[in-house]
Design a binder for this molecule. Structure first.
Ligand SMILES: *Cc1c(COP(=O)(O)O)cnc(C)c1O
Length: 413
């Protein structure tokens, strides 16, 4: 949790300035308390219901973050063999790991089966064929859900829409029953549930409700055809308030509204939610130093040591992150572009943001960057991956060392 004490910005009980000096910049900073609170919100929402959440670990897959999350007893939503590996390493119960993704390879399927993940969220007929074949080879039956594309527009950025007609995700709504009937004939497949995930950074409840209604219809149809679904997986996608003007529904509201639609199933089904962003986004921030200032053609630039390789969201999704100086500055505010050092015009953290006059060498916090931040970072421009620290009350724990130049050559022959 961020707050100013006197003129200094703190994350929980730690002064951000102290982190910048001790660990260098740029650096990702996370609040353990915020992560725990965000998960507790979902747990509270699911109290008295038969169900659990699976943290979407593509949002942040740092080993210590995952370990802290697994300790809270929740499951994981994974999208690759690598994520299965990370989650097992972090102590997640494989029986709470669900595996989605449109392009699971044969090796990944075998790895998932041998490690006894709870189920595959299957996204195509050919994928089902391959899972059946691999299951036969390793003599382990595969539990599956179909990921159904319910044709719902979640009204979010095009790149994170997954539940609309014409995306690559899931089984088209109209083919849902056909998929289940197809799976029923497969020897090594155990039909276990149904899944839908319609997109990300969704700020309205209505699309979730619409998807739930459509999924409910399919559940009824499938069960009429003699199959039993044990799990209903409602996916993730709940948005967060990146800007003060945004209003995000609470997890409690999302869960209760969606489960209301499924209430006839309470007695014999388990419910899964797969939040990612709403667990970790507001728990992490990118701390960076202003290296230079310049005025080019009347435009004010602050050039930071964080670049698009560290945080790609602004340029990839035109995402907004509030940027705050970590020392209170009471000058007038001016329109400023906050940009990185990389040789791309798309390398910016914020455009036309109103900031006070900041001196060279001062620090800025790019807020709510805990999701799809570090996990999407790269070494572009041969910039070593940056450090990550976790704050626990008044303690700072280094959870990822800053990579070295030598690391850049790792694996290169
Ligand atoms: C990415 C993803 C999620 C998490 O989405 P958020 O918007 O981060 O909550 C959940 N389920 C699946 C299948 C995903 O791909």
């Amino acid at each position: 949790m961020l707050q100013f004490k006197d003129d200094d910005l703190y994350i929980d009980q730690v002064k951000l300035y102290e982190i910048a000096v001790k660990y260098g910049t740029s650096v990702y900073v996370y609040s353990k308390n915020q992560i725990v609170q965000n998960i507790e919100n979902y747990k509270k929402a699911l109290k008295n219901k038969d169900g659990f959440i699976c943290f979407a670990c593509k949002t942040n897959s740092n080993a210590t973050i995952l370990k802290n999350i697994s300790k809270l007893g929740v499951g994981a939503d994974v999208t690759s063999g690598g994520e299965i590996y990370r989650c097992l390493h972090a102590g997640f119960d494989p029986l709470k790991i669900v595996y989605a993704g449109v392009g699971k390879t044969e090796e990944e399927i075998e790895y998932a089966l041998k490690n006894k993940v709870l189920m595959f969220n299957v996204e195509s007929f050919e994928e089902l064929d391959l899972i059946n074949k691999v299951a036969d080879k390793v003599k382990i039956k595969a539990k599956i859900s179909f990921r159904i594309n319910p044709y719902v527009d979640p009204e979010t950025h095009d790149y994170v829409v997954t539940g609309k007609k014409g995306t690559k995700f899931g089984i088209p709504y109209k083919d849902a029953l056909k998929a289940y009937l197809y799976a029923k004939k497969k020897k090594n497949i155990i039909i276990s549930g149904i899944h839908s995930h319609i997109g990300s950074q969704i700020l309205k409840i209505a699309p979730f409700e619409l998807a739930a209604q459509k999924i409910k219809r399919i559940v009824n149809e499938v069960e009429k055809n003699g199959m039993k679904l044990e799990y209903i997986n409602c996916g993730g996608g709940l948005g967060i308030e990146y800007e003060k003007s945004q209003k995000a529904p609470s997890p409690e509201k999302l869960v209760s509204k969606v489960l209301q639609i499924f209430d006839v199933f309470y007695k014999n089904k388990k419910f899964i939610f797969e939040p990612g962003r709403s667990i970790i986004a507001n728990a992490g921030h990118l701390l960076t130093k202003v290296i230079y200032r310049k005025i080019s053609d009347k435009k004010n630039f602050l050039i930071t040591d964080a670049g698009m390789n560290d945080l790609i969201r602004p340029t990839l999704y035109k995402a907004y992150h509030e940027i705050i100086p970590i020392k209170k500055i009471n000058t007038k505010k001016v329109k400023t572009d906050v940009v990185g050092p990389i040789c791309e015009s798309g390398d910016f953290m914020g455009k036309d943001v109103m900031l006070p006059l900041i001196d060279q060498g001062e620090y800025l916090l790019i807020t709510c960057a805990g999701a799809y931040g570090a996990s999407m970072s790269s070494q572009y421009n041969s910039r070593p991956l940056i450090a990550e620290v976790l704050v626990e009350n008044d303690k700072i724990v280094l959870i990822r060392k800053r990579a070295s130049y030598n690391d850049l050559l790792l694996n290169e022959v």
